[in-house]
Design a protein around this ligand. Structure first.
Ligand code: ADP
Length: 373
């Protein structure tokens, strides 16, 4: 099936046209609405996309939508009711759901005959059991304000877990994997038989691992203290924790390449940031080994996970007692399997491909037969 995958952000549209598993075209419309940008608004941006690809025989459009709340556990054919539900979720994803809604509205208008399917970042994590999503706060407040863990990066974790099982030559239903998606945003996921059972992001993508500019896990008292004692407003605190925290907060740089270079030069802040980043990763690996009762594989993916051997080595250093041994040469060469012979847990590096996973899920949703995995 020919499928156009759209990832509409606040100032950009990423697109990729698939024919089956082949990519026919792809591109990026950037700096939408900015002076000198590629388009003045989302309508013009989507028009540019439609003009630049051959839409003959298009079977579907797949839209990446960040937040599906508690409602969407799988890819969903878009109708007015689905649009309304995604709109209702805007308070939970104020930065991410509005641009996706623009993308959906324009694509439905320009291609009214073509089925449109929403693929949610949160959907994969709907399988996490109740004790893995509930926060231990006032239950009435939580239910009234939809406060719970949702988790994100689900499309990537689903793809990477399946690729890992294939790499191991095992049926995915019978494979336990810890997936570590380390991009600008970063999250860990425990996958048991292709189902997410735990993930590090929470109600928002701010929780969990140390990221490029986000803090990850914090004692909530940090926020009260910054407000009451330091006198920052809530908006200032939110900005600080999402834009000026993580690697950026610790060093002034958010890119792991820069951190590595500075660390090599003996820079103390960069060395500490690297260590904090890797220690948090190791803590989550330990947690998820316990949640899963042991794992068959640990898989690194995304910008940092795919490209930085030092992070992979440090995150899993000293875990031989848990059956995890990384082979330094394989790791340095960036092979797909980087664990040593005899390591009980296989350590893998897999390139993630969220667009391909979206296309796969769209096709599975629209095919008359239930898709075979
Ligand atoms: P996003 O989360 O925006 O999709 P990526 O998965 O592409 O981002 O990850 C981006 C991050 O990955 C960069 O900020 C950088 O820190 C890191 N990165 C990408 N390539 C390399 C590399 N070759 N060496 C070290 N770090 C890299």
């Amino acid at each position: 099936m020919k499928i156009l995958v759209l990832n509409t952000g606040s100032s950009s549209v990423k697109y990729r046209l698939f024919d089956g598993t082949d990519t026919e075209a792809k591109g990026l419309i950037e700096r939408i609405g900015e002076p000198g940008g590629d388009a003045s608004d989302h309508t013009e941006a989507l028009q540019r996309v439609m003009e630049s690809v051959d839409l003959n025989g298009l079977g579907a459009v797949g839209h990446r939508v960040v937040h599906g709340g508690s409602k969407f556990g799988s890819a969903t054919v878009i109708d007015d009711e689905v649009v309304q539900s995604v709109e209702d979720l805007v308070p939970l994803a104020p930065l991410h759901n509005p641009p996706a809604l623009s993308g959906i509205a324009v694509a439905r208008k320009l291609l009214p005959e073509v089925p449109q399917v929403a693929v949610f970042d949160t959907a994969f994590h709907q399988s996490i059991p109740a004790d893995g999503v509930a926060y231990a706060i006032d239950a009435d407040l939580a239910s009234r304000w939809q406060i719970r863990r949702y988790g994100f990066h689900g499309t990537s974790h689903a793809y990477v877990a399946r690729e890992t099982a294939a790499l191991l030559g095992r049926p995915v239903e019978d494979t336990k994997v810890i997936t570590l998606h380390l991009g600008n945003g970063a999250s860990a996921c425990a996958v048991d038989g292709s189902r997410s059972v735990a993930t590090s992001m929470g109600m928002s993508p701010l929780a969990g691992l140390v990221m490029g500019t986000r803090s990850g896990d914090l004692d909530p008292t940090v926020i009260f203290h910054l407000h009451r004692v330091a006198g920052l407003s809530l908006d200032e605190i939110e900005h600080s924790l999402t834009r000026n925290a993580g690697l950026q907060g610790l060093t002034g740089d958010n890119d792991m390449r820069t951190i590595q270079r500075r660390r090599d030069e003996g820079d103390e802040a960069a060395t500490l940031a690297f260590d904090v980043y890797c220690r948090r990763l190791k803590e989550y690996v330990g947690t998820y080994l316990a949640v899963l009762g042991g794992a068959d594989a640990i898989t690194f993916t995304a910008g940092v996970g795919e490209n930085v051997p030092a992070v992979r080595a440090a995150a899993l250093d000293g875990l031989a007692g848990l059956g995890i041994v990384v082979d330094p040469d394989r790791n340095a060469r960036g092979e797909r399997i980087i664990s040593a012979e005899g390591s009980a847990v296989t350590v893998c590096v897999v390139a993630t491909d969220e667009e391909a996973e979206i296309a796969r899920q769209v096709e599975a949703r629209l095919s008359p037969e239930p898709a075979k995995q």
